[in-house]
Design a protein around this ligand. Structure first.
Ligand code: FAD
Length: 392
């Protein structure tokens, strides 16, 4: 493992900080990857456009679509980490995921139409993959797309669609051949979310917010030219975009910020007449959590170093994501529990600690153990693909 300073990346970090200080709309006070409020969308489109225009994002794209000739392998992960550190939002929606699919498998016309509009922030995308009976076992999906002349007619339902309520376009997976083995008969589409027959219904979550949606399709007509890749070859198309999702999921900058908050909370919380931070057992636990936050940073750096030197393996990204999500969960559970019965206070209560940030984070933290592949499924992946253990 080789970790060294890289002057080029330091300069990049500074560029992100400067841009965020001058132009970033305020980040939501809530933790995690949350859907914005409708009134924030125009500013977020503009901000997304600026991140691309400054060549902070989309650097791995073909040069004719704004990519860099020789992008640093860590460029985008450094940018996304610095945005978290600066308290600035990331790009809105799933444009990077959709772009990965279009770049790897789309037609020239699709690239020319979609990529500049993703770059400018004009098109917000959502990912229409998961269904009520197809999450971890995504290939079980049942939404049907039947060819009718030069169109496909789609019927079915998706769920957990982040930003579905704001999206202009959906990156859709649907079954086009129900006789074929289940991974084989799936096709990827670009779906205009304003097409008649598309109904988006926001889900209200335990956090009180609506980050996800159910999306229903009732006789939705998609022109055949919006198929991404070949008909029945959608499984291969998704591989590119899921790799992008997992690569983006492991950033640990937010853990250091949560640790700072935890130390402040323990200083402000009364425990039997003294600040909780003065109690040995609390200090022990905070010390353990701080160690885990640092180890998480090292695990991420280890994966990045191996990526840079071409020595990475299939366990790196899943191990990093498992570690991040479990350290994050541990921090939030402890911060929530530290408040004792005051933990039941919520956002809006004048007495609630940290404006209810801990309560929201506690309720949301499990989402990171599920998104981008559940931790159980990622553990299977490490066991089977990295260690060569028999398939369960
Ligand atoms: C924050 C967040 C954002 C999301 N955004 C989107 C989005 O924009 N678009 C989209 O399409 N989807 C999205 N999802 C959905 C996500 O992809 C699914 O939740 C995920 O794939 C798990 O599927 P599931 O919820 O159906 O759970 P299931 O697959 O039903 O799993 C239920 C439980 O069984 C366990 N399990 C399942 N299979 C195995 C196995 N083989 N071995 C051991 N344990 C197993 C799982 O780990 C889990 O604990 C999002 C989810 C989250 C949390």
């Amino acid at each position: 493992m080789q970790l060294r300073q890289d002057a080029g990346l330091d300069e990049l970090r500074q560029r992100v900080r400067d841009l965020a200080a001058r132009h970033a709309p305020p980040r939501q006070a809530r933790t995690g990857v949350r859907a914005p409020e409708a009134e924030d969308i125009p500013a977020l489109r503009k901000w997304t456009g600026l991140l691309f225009a400054e060549q902070l994002l989309g650097v791995n794209w073909p040069v004719e679509f704004g990519g860099l000739a020789e992008p640093h392998p860590l460029h985008e992960s450094v940018v996304l980490t610095e945005l978290v550190r600066a308290g600035a939002p990331g790009p809105v929606g799933g444009g990077l995921l959709a772009a990965a699919a279009i770049i790897s498998s789309g037609t020239a016309a699709q690239k020319e139409y979609f990529l500049p509009r993703i770059r400018s922030g004009e098109h917000i995308w959502c990912q229409l993959f998961s269904e009520p009976d197809a999450g971890s076992d995504l290939a079980n999906l049942r939404t049907r797309a039947r060819q009718d002349g030069d169109e496909f007619v789609v019927d079915g339902q998706k769920v957990w669609t982040t930003n579905g309520q704001h999206a202009d376009w959906g990156y859709l997976l649907a079954r086009t051949d129900s006789e074929a083995p289940k991974h084989a008969g799936i096709t990827a589409f670009a779906l205009d979310m304003t097409t008649p027959g598309v109904t988006v219904r926001p889900l209200r979550e335990i956090t009180g917010t609506s980050d996800f949606n159910e999306v229903f399709f009732d006789g939705v007509r998609i022109p055949a030219e919006r198929v991404i890749g070949e008909v029945n070859q959608g499984w291969a198309v998704t591989t590119a975009s899921l790799a992008q999702e997992r690569a983006g999921a492991g950033g640990g900058a937010s853990l250091f910020a949560a640790l700072d908050r935890l130390v402040r909370l323990a200083g402000d919380t009364d425990r039997d007449g003294v600040p909780a931070i003065d109690c040995d057992d609390i200090r022990q636990t905070i010390g353990r959590l701080a160690t885990e936050v640092h180890v998480n940073a090292l695990v991420s750096a280890f994966g990045e170093s191996r990526l840079l030197h071409g020595t990475g393996d299939v366990a790196d990204a899943p191990a990093s994501k498992i570690m991040f999500s479990e350290v994050n969960l541990g921090l939030h559970e402890f911060g929530f529990g530290l408040q004792g019965q005051d933990g039941i206070r919520v956002e809006g209560d004048p007495e609630v600690a940290d404006d209810g940030w801990w309560q929201d984070g506690f309720l949301y933290a499990r989402a990171f153990t599920i998104a981008g592949g559940t931790n159980e499924v990622l553990r299977n992946m490490i066991a089977e693909r990295a260690l060569g253990l028999p398939r369960g």
